[in-house]
Design a protein around this ligand. Structure first.
Ligand SMILES: Cc1ncc(COP(=O)(O)O)c(C=O)c1O
Length: 380
């Protein structure tokens, strides 16, 4: 029977504690710069094992602030074409040119070889993106390249809250990590973001930029800033989410383990091998369709037929977005690995409220559709 499945959805366990906190915010009349934001930041910094965490209104803002702090204006920022458009857009907002790059075969991650190829005297920063919530070992190779060239490395951790590699948490590889708390993400505040760093000057700069560039206060403007803070209400949501983080990760990993067993048994799709020292946060569960069918055809009308969206991370990639083609001259054929890989990738529904039964249903839907398409192909 057809069901309406959500591919992503937030979960708020222990709502009583959250409601208590929200009531106290409303009663206090203090909606910003309060104790819950401070507590959320402290806990997030501890969780990430970084000295500082500065909350902002989105991950896009977090990236923009870090890039402005580095001073990328008029320079270039190397960014994988496989990311959400917000990543290269943040470079544009900071006055730089995003230089898109291909991914490494067998991964969804920026190719270290591409970083070597694209570094120039104009390079001001490199951004890696922990796609789907997974940090591959290539992060260490890219970090080493950046160190050799004295170029700052930034991590886009929008997908990767709770992910780690060799015991190091997301956000601890570069000079800063930028997180998203958008409703579909591993933890959510409705909208929101966080910068983690060990750099005290970046912390101070971010704190200033998020409130109109305030220095000692709003009568002392020391930077060109914006209205980018995370309020107390959303900070309460963030605390609830952080306190339930281990449960969210456990549930996501449980569902992923079911998918692992099913995917590997079909012969129609495969999952990329994961490094034993990486702890996946499973924001998404991507698979490669290996059977010879048209994946565009598979995706078309899938929601109407099956009741859940067949998404990907990310197809089309940034270099294929119309505005990037029009404004920056990108075109099909520039990044063959990303194009060949991501055009055949789909993601299965995954969130902490998904049951094994839901996952089984979702997987069956994909499988039966693949089998139908194979049959149609063989008849043609
Ligand atoms: C990889 C990546 N980077 C950045 C962002 C932007 O996050 P936000 O919506 O919090 O600005 C997203 C959001 O989906 C994302 O997936």
């Amino acid at each position: 029977m057809r069901r309406e499945l959500q591919v992503a959805r937030p979960l708020f366990p222990e709502p009583e504690v959250l409601l208590q906190r929200l009531k106290s915010v409303l009663a206090s009349g203090r909606l910003m710069n309060g104790k819950f934001t401070e507590e959320f930041e402290e806990q997030f910094a501890d969780f990430s094992r970084r000295a500082y965490a500065v909350s902002v209104n989105s991950c896009t803002t977090a990236l923009e602030i870090v890039l402005k702090y580095i001073g990328v204006a008029d320079g270039e920022v190397i960014i994988p074409t496989n990311t959400f458009i917000a990543t290269p857009n943040a470079a544009l907002f900071a006055g730089a040119t995003p230089v898109l790059a291909d991914i490494k075969p067998g991964t969804y991650f920026l190719d270290p070889g591409e970083v070597r190829r694209l570094i120039s005297p104009k390079t001001r920063a490199v951004i890696v993106v922990h796609i789907a919530g997974y940090i591959p070992p290539e992060v260490e190779e890219i970090k080493a390249i950046c160190e050799t060239h004295a170029i700052p490395l930034i991590e886009d951790c929008a997908h990767a809250t709770g992910a780690s590699h060799r015991g190091k948490m997301a956000g601890a590889f570069g000079m800063a990590g930028c997180f998203s708390f958008y409703p579909t993400k591993i933890i959510t505040t409705g909208t929101g973001g966080m910068i983690v760093t060990n750099d005290g000057d970046l912390r101070d700069y971010a704190r200033s930029l998020r409130i109109h560039g305030a220095g000692k206060g709003l009568t002392d403007i020391t930077n060109i800033g914006n209205d980018w803070f995370l309020d107390e209400i959303r900070s309460c949501m963030g605390l609830n989410q952080l306190e339930n983080m281990e449960y969210f990760l456990l549930k996501r990993r449980e569902i992923a383990a079911y998918y692992d067993g099913w995917v590997n048994s079909t012969g129609l799709m495969e999952k990329y091998l994961l490094h034993a020292d990486s702890r996946h946060a499973y924001y998404k569960y991507p698979v490669q369709i290996t059977t010879n069918i048209d994946v565009g055809n598979l995706k078309r009308n899938f929601f109407e037929k099956k009741g859940y969206e067949l998404e990907s991370v990310y197809w089309p990639t940034c270099h294929l977005q119309p505005v990037y083609q029009k404004n920056y001259g990108y075109h099909l054929g520039l990044f063959p690995v990303a194009e060949a890989t991501l055009s055949r990738q789909v993601t299965l529904p995954l969130h902490a409220a998904l049951t094994k039964d839901d996952a089984e249903y979702a997987f069956e839907c994909l499988l039966t559709e693949l089998e139908d398409l194979e049959e149609q192909r063989d008849k043609a």
